[in-house]
Design a protein. Structure first.
Length: 158
């Protein structure tokens, strides 16, 4: 009986810990989940003379266009001479550029000031999300990522 009580207590402790971790991760990645609301179609682009993926953004993610959001992920340097960086939902070893994730899992960062980072440590960044799409006064740019985080700075919970 005593062993049964001990085993039950152990499983209860493990279940409580896992539930707490799931809640934390869900909060950290809520915007990442919303950003998966995009479909990519191959279309011929006469400018690049190639077939490029053309995005069609869903309603959920379209509502975030122009809104201030925060994301937690891993910095991947893109063009350090121009200060361009990419934030990836996944670490460098399993990111979009390594072929292990989709283009909706990365965001182009346009930082207000230089962001100091370590590639192996997650970082939280906030800024204004812009969707790379054809719209009123804008054109889809096939040379940029699907998402752009403008005026990016460090994010801290208040």
């Amino acid at each position: 009986m005593k062993n049964l009580l001990t085993i039950s207590f152990f499983f209860l402790l493990v279940a409580t810990t896992l539930t707490a971790q799931q809640g934390k991760n869900k909060k950290d990645f809520s915007y990442w989940d919303t950003m998966m609301d995009v479909e990519l179609d191959l279309k011929y682009d006469p400018f690049t003379e190639a077939f490029n993926e053309s995005p069609t953004f869903g309603r959920k993610v379209a509502k975030l266009d122009g809104k201030k959001i925060h994301l937690t992920g891993y910095i991947i340097p893109a063009d350090l001479t121009k200060g361009r960086m990419t934030l990836s939902k996944f670490s460098y070893s399993s990111c979009y550029f390594c072929g292990a994730a989709g283009p909706e899992s990365v965001v182009e960062i346009e930082a207000k000031t230089p962001i100091i980072y370590r590639m192996d440590k997650p970082i939280s960044i906030q800024g204004t999300l812009r969707l790379n799409r054809k719209g009123e006064g804008t054109e889809y740019d096939p040379f940029r990522l699907l998402y752009i985080l403008e005026d990016a700075t460090y994010y801290t919970e208040d």
